[in-house]
Design a protein around this ligand. Structure first.
Ligand code: DAH
Length: 339
Protein backbone atom coordinates (compact mmCIF):
# COMPACT_ATOMS: atom_id res chain seq x y z
CA UNK A 1 0.00 0.00 0.00
CA UNK A 2 2.82 2.36 0.86
CA UNK A 3 4.37 2.20 -2.64
CA UNK A 4 0.93 2.72 -4.19
CA UNK A 5 0.42 5.88 -2.15
CA UNK A 6 3.89 7.14 -2.93
CA UNK A 7 3.26 6.67 -6.65
CA UNK A 8 -0.02 8.59 -6.32
CA UNK A 9 1.78 11.37 -4.46
CA UNK A 10 4.27 11.67 -7.31
CA UNK A 11 1.48 11.71 -9.86
CA UNK A 12 -0.25 14.52 -7.98
CA UNK A 13 2.93 16.51 -7.73
CA UNK A 14 3.63 16.25 -11.48
CA UNK A 15 0.07 16.86 -12.60
CA UNK A 16 -0.49 19.80 -14.96
CA UNK A 17 -3.83 20.95 -16.37
CA UNK A 18 -4.02 22.70 -19.73
CA UNK A 19 -7.76 23.14 -19.54
CA UNK A 20 -10.05 23.56 -16.58
CA UNK A 21 -11.84 20.30 -17.61
CA UNK A 22 -8.61 18.37 -16.92
CA UNK A 23 -8.77 19.62 -13.37
CA UNK A 24 -12.23 18.15 -12.91
CA UNK A 25 -11.09 14.77 -14.34
CA UNK A 26 -8.24 14.85 -11.86
CA UNK A 27 -10.60 15.55 -8.97
CA UNK A 28 -12.90 12.70 -10.01
CA UNK A 29 -9.99 10.30 -10.37
CA UNK A 30 -8.78 10.88 -6.80
CA UNK A 31 -11.59 12.25 -4.69
CA UNK A 32 -14.93 11.08 -6.10
CA UNK A 33 -16.81 8.29 -4.29
CA UNK A 34 -15.22 5.69 -6.54
CA UNK A 35 -11.91 7.51 -6.68
CA UNK A 36 -8.47 6.41 -5.56
CA UNK A 37 -8.47 8.11 -2.15
CA UNK A 38 -11.76 6.56 -0.96
CA UNK A 39 -10.49 3.22 -2.30
CA UNK A 40 -7.41 3.57 -0.08
CA UNK A 41 -9.58 4.37 2.93
CA UNK A 42 -11.62 1.24 2.11
CA UNK A 43 -8.45 -0.90 2.01
CA UNK A 44 -7.30 0.69 5.25
CA UNK A 45 -9.22 -1.82 7.34
CA UNK A 46 -7.01 -4.63 5.98
CA UNK A 47 -3.80 -2.88 7.02
CA UNK A 48 -1.77 -4.49 9.74
CA UNK A 49 -2.38 -2.60 13.05
CA UNK A 50 1.36 -1.95 13.41
CA UNK A 51 1.32 0.03 10.11
CA UNK A 52 -2.01 1.77 10.57
CA UNK A 53 -0.63 4.98 11.97
CA UNK A 54 1.84 5.45 9.14
CA UNK A 55 -0.64 4.45 6.42
CA UNK A 56 -3.34 6.69 7.88
CA UNK A 57 -0.98 9.65 7.78
CA UNK A 58 0.08 8.85 4.19
CA UNK A 59 -3.49 8.59 2.92
CA UNK A 60 -4.34 11.91 4.57
CA UNK A 61 -1.24 13.44 3.07
CA UNK A 62 -2.35 12.27 -0.37
CA UNK A 63 -5.87 13.63 0.13
CA UNK A 64 -4.51 17.03 1.22
CA UNK A 65 -2.03 17.22 -1.62
CA UNK A 66 -4.80 16.49 -4.17
CA UNK A 67 -6.98 19.21 -2.63
CA UNK A 68 -4.13 21.74 -2.55
CA UNK A 69 -3.17 20.97 -6.12
CA UNK A 70 -6.74 21.52 -7.32
CA UNK A 71 -7.02 24.79 -5.37
CA UNK A 72 -3.78 26.22 -6.70
CA UNK A 73 -4.40 25.23 -10.33
CA UNK A 74 -7.93 26.62 -10.10
CA UNK A 75 -6.55 29.94 -8.96
CA UNK A 76 -4.31 30.06 -12.03
CA UNK A 77 -7.29 29.52 -14.28
CA UNK A 78 -9.35 32.14 -12.50
CA UNK A 79 -6.68 34.79 -12.82
CA UNK A 80 -6.20 34.18 -16.52
CA UNK A 81 -9.28 35.77 -18.03
CA UNK A 82 -8.97 33.78 -21.28
CA UNK A 83 -9.91 30.67 -19.40
CA UNK A 84 -12.56 32.17 -17.16
CA UNK A 85 -15.38 30.60 -19.04
CA UNK A 86 -13.64 27.31 -19.64
CA UNK A 87 -11.64 27.83 -22.80
CA UNK A 88 -10.91 30.69 -25.14
CA UNK A 89 -13.66 31.55 -27.62
CA UNK A 90 -12.06 33.20 -30.63
CA UNK A 91 -15.42 34.01 -32.19
CA UNK A 92 -16.34 36.45 -29.41
CA UNK A 93 -16.43 40.13 -30.49
CA UNK A 94 -13.60 42.31 -29.15
CA UNK A 95 -14.94 44.95 -26.81
CA UNK A 96 -11.69 46.83 -26.22
CA UNK A 97 -11.89 50.27 -27.86
CA UNK A 98 -9.59 50.62 -30.87
CA UNK A 99 -6.96 53.33 -30.65
CA UNK A 100 -6.24 55.67 -33.53
CA UNK A 101 -3.08 57.38 -34.66
CA UNK A 102 -2.56 61.03 -33.87
CA UNK A 103 -3.40 63.17 -36.92
CA UNK A 104 0.13 64.61 -36.94
CA UNK A 105 1.55 61.07 -37.10
CA UNK A 106 -0.85 60.15 -39.90
CA UNK A 107 0.26 63.12 -41.98
CA UNK A 108 3.95 62.72 -41.12
CA UNK A 109 3.79 59.05 -42.19
CA UNK A 110 2.03 60.00 -45.39
CA UNK A 111 4.72 62.59 -46.19
CA UNK A 112 7.44 59.99 -45.54
CA UNK A 113 5.62 57.49 -47.74
CA UNK A 114 5.29 59.94 -50.64
CA UNK A 115 8.98 60.85 -50.60
CA UNK A 116 10.17 57.30 -50.05
CA UNK A 117 8.44 56.36 -53.32
CA UNK A 118 10.94 58.60 -55.15
CA UNK A 119 14.01 57.39 -53.31
CA UNK A 120 14.22 59.62 -50.23
CA UNK A 121 15.46 57.98 -47.03
CA UNK A 122 14.56 59.12 -43.51
CA UNK A 123 17.19 60.64 -41.25
CA UNK A 124 16.91 62.04 -37.75
CA UNK A 125 18.94 64.32 -35.55
CA UNK A 126 18.95 65.48 -31.92
CA UNK A 127 16.34 67.88 -30.53
CA UNK A 128 19.01 69.53 -28.40
CA UNK A 129 21.42 71.16 -30.79
CA UNK A 130 24.55 73.28 -30.79
CA UNK A 131 24.83 76.65 -32.47
CA UNK A 132 26.90 75.25 -35.33
CA UNK A 133 24.28 72.77 -36.57
CA UNK A 134 21.23 74.95 -35.94
CA UNK A 135 22.66 78.25 -37.23
CA UNK A 136 26.31 78.69 -38.19
CA UNK A 137 26.65 75.87 -40.72
CA UNK A 138 23.36 77.03 -42.24
CA UNK A 139 24.90 80.38 -43.09
CA UNK A 140 23.07 82.43 -40.44
CA UNK A 141 25.00 85.68 -39.89
CA UNK A 142 26.19 86.16 -36.29
CA UNK A 143 23.60 88.87 -35.66
CA UNK A 144 20.66 87.16 -37.38
CA UNK A 145 17.42 87.78 -35.44
CA UNK A 146 16.53 84.06 -35.43
CA UNK A 147 19.38 83.53 -32.97
CA UNK A 148 17.73 85.96 -30.63
CA UNK A 149 16.49 84.87 -27.20
CA UNK A 150 12.96 85.67 -28.35
CA UNK A 151 12.89 82.79 -30.78
CA UNK A 152 15.28 80.25 -29.39
CA UNK A 153 15.09 78.26 -26.16
CA UNK A 154 18.69 78.32 -25.01
CA UNK A 155 19.85 75.66 -22.61
CA UNK A 156 23.48 76.70 -22.17
CA UNK A 157 25.55 79.71 -23.13
CA UNK A 158 29.15 79.69 -24.39
CA UNK A 159 29.10 77.44 -26.22
CA UNK A 160 25.45 77.90 -27.14
CA UNK A 161 23.28 74.83 -26.75
CA UNK A 162 19.59 75.18 -27.57
CA UNK A 163 16.46 73.30 -28.53
CA UNK A 164 16.58 73.14 -32.32
CA UNK A 165 14.42 75.79 -33.95
CA UNK A 166 14.07 73.85 -37.20
CA UNK A 167 14.87 70.45 -38.68
CA UNK A 168 17.30 72.09 -41.12
CA UNK A 169 19.92 71.19 -38.50
CA UNK A 170 19.56 67.57 -39.63
CA UNK A 171 20.64 68.59 -43.17
CA UNK A 172 23.95 69.64 -41.70
CA UNK A 173 24.38 66.41 -39.75
CA UNK A 174 23.59 64.31 -42.83
CA UNK A 175 25.96 66.24 -45.09
CA UNK A 176 28.75 66.07 -42.50
CA UNK A 177 28.53 62.31 -42.47
CA UNK A 178 27.65 61.41 -46.07
CA UNK A 179 29.00 62.42 -49.44
CA UNK A 180 26.50 62.91 -52.31
CA UNK A 181 24.31 61.58 -53.77
CA UNK A 182 22.07 62.47 -50.82
CA UNK A 183 18.30 62.18 -50.92
CA UNK A 184 16.76 62.36 -47.49
CA UNK A 185 13.89 63.72 -45.45
CA UNK A 186 14.07 64.48 -41.74
CA UNK A 187 10.87 64.59 -39.72
CA UNK A 188 10.98 65.84 -36.14
CA UNK A 189 9.94 68.19 -33.35
CA UNK A 190 11.14 71.76 -33.24
CA UNK A 191 10.91 74.44 -30.57
CA UNK A 192 10.43 78.18 -30.64
CA UNK A 193 9.79 80.67 -27.94
CA UNK A 194 6.38 81.80 -29.15
CA UNK A 195 3.13 82.58 -27.40
CA UNK A 196 0.62 79.74 -27.78
CA UNK A 197 -2.41 80.59 -29.92
CA UNK A 198 -4.72 79.00 -32.50
CA UNK A 199 -2.00 79.51 -35.12
CA UNK A 200 1.26 79.13 -33.19
CA UNK A 201 2.80 76.85 -30.58
CA UNK A 202 6.17 76.65 -28.90
CA UNK A 203 6.52 73.00 -29.98
CA UNK A 204 5.66 71.90 -33.47
CA UNK A 205 6.74 69.43 -36.14
CA UNK A 206 8.60 69.84 -39.39
CA UNK A 207 9.77 67.67 -42.24
CA UNK A 208 13.02 68.77 -43.83
CA UNK A 209 14.08 67.58 -47.27
CA UNK A 210 17.51 67.53 -48.89
CA UNK A 211 18.73 66.44 -52.31
CA UNK A 212 22.40 66.86 -53.23
CA UNK A 213 24.04 65.43 -56.34
CA UNK A 214 25.74 66.57 -59.53
CA UNK A 215 23.56 68.76 -61.75
CA UNK A 216 20.61 69.20 -59.39
CA UNK A 217 18.57 72.13 -60.66
CA UNK A 218 15.71 74.35 -59.57
CA UNK A 219 13.54 72.48 -62.10
CA UNK A 220 14.22 69.26 -60.12
CA UNK A 221 13.11 71.06 -56.97
CA UNK A 222 9.91 72.30 -58.58
CA UNK A 223 8.97 68.97 -60.08
CA UNK A 224 9.67 67.07 -56.84
CA UNK A 225 7.51 69.43 -54.79
CA UNK A 226 4.80 69.49 -57.44
CA UNK A 227 4.63 65.70 -57.34
CA UNK A 228 4.50 65.84 -53.54
CA UNK A 229 1.62 68.33 -53.47
CA UNK A 230 -0.44 66.30 -55.92
CA UNK A 231 0.14 63.08 -53.99
CA UNK A 232 -0.78 64.68 -50.68
CA UNK A 233 -3.67 66.93 -51.64
CA UNK A 234 -4.96 65.30 -54.83
CA UNK A 235 -4.33 65.49 -58.56
CA UNK A 236 -6.28 68.71 -59.04
CA UNK A 237 -3.83 70.59 -56.80
CA UNK A 238 -1.92 73.45 -58.35
CA UNK A 239 1.35 74.88 -57.00
CA UNK A 240 3.08 78.22 -57.28
CA UNK A 241 6.48 79.42 -56.13
CA UNK A 242 7.07 82.88 -54.70
CA UNK A 243 10.58 84.30 -54.23
CA UNK A 244 11.65 84.37 -50.59
CA UNK A 245 14.74 84.50 -48.41
CA UNK A 246 16.43 81.91 -46.18
CA UNK A 247 20.09 82.19 -45.20
CA UNK A 248 20.78 78.58 -46.20
CA UNK A 249 19.31 78.61 -49.72
CA UNK A 250 19.97 80.76 -52.77
CA UNK A 251 17.70 81.36 -54.57
CA UNK A 252 14.92 80.71 -52.05
CA UNK A 253 11.19 80.33 -52.51
CA UNK A 254 7.97 79.58 -50.71
CA UNK A 255 5.53 77.16 -52.24
CA UNK A 256 1.78 77.71 -52.17
CA UNK A 257 -0.79 75.08 -53.05
CA UNK A 258 -4.26 75.83 -54.36
CA UNK A 259 -6.60 75.87 -51.37
CA UNK A 260 -7.96 72.34 -51.01
CA UNK A 261 -10.93 73.57 -49.04
CA UNK A 262 -12.50 75.92 -51.61
CA UNK A 263 -10.65 74.50 -54.62
CA UNK A 264 -9.08 77.91 -55.25
CA UNK A 265 -12.32 79.90 -55.35
CA UNK A 266 -11.54 81.72 -52.09
CA UNK A 267 -12.54 81.03 -48.49
CA UNK A 268 -11.52 82.12 -45.00
CA UNK A 269 -8.79 79.45 -44.76
CA UNK A 270 -6.94 80.86 -47.79
CA UNK A 271 -8.02 84.38 -46.83
CA UNK A 272 -9.89 84.62 -50.16
CA UNK A 273 -6.69 84.29 -52.20
CA UNK A 274 -7.21 80.70 -53.34
CA UNK A 275 -3.64 79.82 -52.24
CA UNK A 276 -2.06 78.55 -49.03
CA UNK A 277 1.63 78.53 -48.23
CA UNK A 278 2.91 75.12 -47.15
CA UNK A 279 6.70 75.19 -47.28
CA UNK A 280 9.98 77.03 -47.74
CA UNK A 281 12.58 75.78 -50.19
CA UNK A 282 15.53 76.68 -52.38
CA UNK A 283 18.89 75.66 -53.81
CA UNK A 284 21.35 74.81 -51.03
CA UNK A 285 23.69 77.78 -50.60
CA UNK A 286 27.28 76.82 -51.61
CA UNK A 287 28.44 78.14 -48.22
CA UNK A 288 26.32 75.48 -46.52
CA UNK A 289 27.79 72.72 -48.71
CA UNK A 290 31.30 73.92 -47.92
CA UNK A 291 30.58 74.14 -44.15
CA UNK A 292 29.68 70.46 -44.37
CA UNK A 293 32.80 69.57 -46.41
CA UNK A 294 30.93 68.99 -49.68
CA UNK A 295 32.57 70.31 -52.83
CA UNK A 296 30.25 73.09 -54.02
CA UNK A 297 31.96 73.20 -57.43
CA UNK A 298 31.06 69.61 -58.08
CA UNK A 299 27.69 69.34 -56.37
CA UNK A 300 24.46 71.31 -56.18
CA UNK A 301 21.36 70.57 -54.19
CA UNK A 302 17.93 71.65 -53.15
CA UNK A 303 16.28 71.71 -49.74
CA UNK A 304 12.83 72.30 -48.38
CA UNK A 305 11.13 72.47 -45.02
CA UNK A 306 7.46 72.16 -44.16
CA UNK A 307 5.35 72.44 -41.02
CA UNK A 308 3.38 69.27 -40.29
CA UNK A 309 0.74 71.06 -38.17
CA UNK A 310 -0.05 73.48 -40.95
CA UNK A 311 -0.41 70.76 -43.57
CA UNK A 312 -2.55 68.65 -41.21
CA UNK A 313 -4.82 71.63 -40.51
CA UNK A 314 -5.29 72.10 -44.22
CA UNK A 315 -5.86 68.44 -44.97
CA UNK A 316 -8.38 67.91 -42.19
CA UNK A 317 -9.80 71.44 -41.99
CA UNK A 318 -8.74 71.97 -38.39
CA UNK A 319 -8.80 75.59 -37.35
CA UNK A 320 -7.01 75.55 -34.00
CA UNK A 321 -3.49 74.22 -33.62
CA UNK A 322 -3.89 73.75 -29.87
CA UNK A 323 -6.19 70.76 -30.51
CA UNK A 324 -3.13 68.73 -31.50
CA UNK A 325 -1.65 68.97 -28.02
CA UNK A 326 -4.67 68.57 -25.77
CA UNK A 327 -5.19 64.82 -26.23
CA UNK A 328 -8.96 65.16 -26.14
CA UNK A 329 -10.30 61.73 -27.14
CA UNK A 330 -13.31 63.27 -28.88
CA UNK A 331 -10.88 64.99 -31.24
CA UNK A 332 -8.43 62.11 -31.63
CA UNK A 333 -11.06 59.42 -32.25
CA UNK A 334 -12.00 61.07 -35.52
CA UNK A 335 -8.75 59.97 -37.13
CA UNK A 336 -9.05 56.29 -37.86
CA UNK A 337 -6.49 55.44 -40.47
CA UNK A 338 -4.16 52.70 -41.53
CA UNK A 339 -1.11 54.96 -41.57
N1 DAH B 1 13.99 75.94 -41.79
C1 DAH B 1 12.94 76.77 -42.34
C2 DAH B 1 11.97 77.17 -41.24
O1 DAH B 1 11.99 76.60 -40.20
C3 DAH B 1 12.17 76.05 -43.40
C4 DAH B 1 13.00 75.84 -44.61
C5 DAH B 1 13.01 76.79 -45.61
C6 DAH B 1 13.79 74.71 -44.76
C7 DAH B 1 13.77 76.63 -46.74
C8 DAH B 1 14.55 74.54 -45.89
C9 DAH B 1 14.55 75.51 -46.87
O2 DAH B 1 15.32 73.48 -46.09
O3 DAH B 1 15.30 75.33 -48.00
O4 DAH B 1 11.19 78.06 -41.42
Amino acid sequence: MKTRIEEYLKEVENFKAEKIEHLEDFRIKFLSKKGLVPALFADFKNVDPSERKEMGQLINELKNSVQNKIASLKENFDSSSDNKKGSMDLSLPVNAPMGSRHPLSIVRNEIIEIFSRIGFTVSEGPEIEDDFHNFTALNFPADHPARDMQDTFFIEKDPDIALRTHTSSVQVRVMENTQPPIRTISPGRVFRNEAISARAHCIFHQVEGLYVDTDVSFADLKQTLFYFAMELFGEETKTRFRPSYFPFTEPSAEMDVSCNICGGKGCNVCKYTGWVEILGCGMVDPNVLESCKIDSKKYTGFAFGMGVERITMLKYQINDLRLFFENDLKFLEQFKSSY
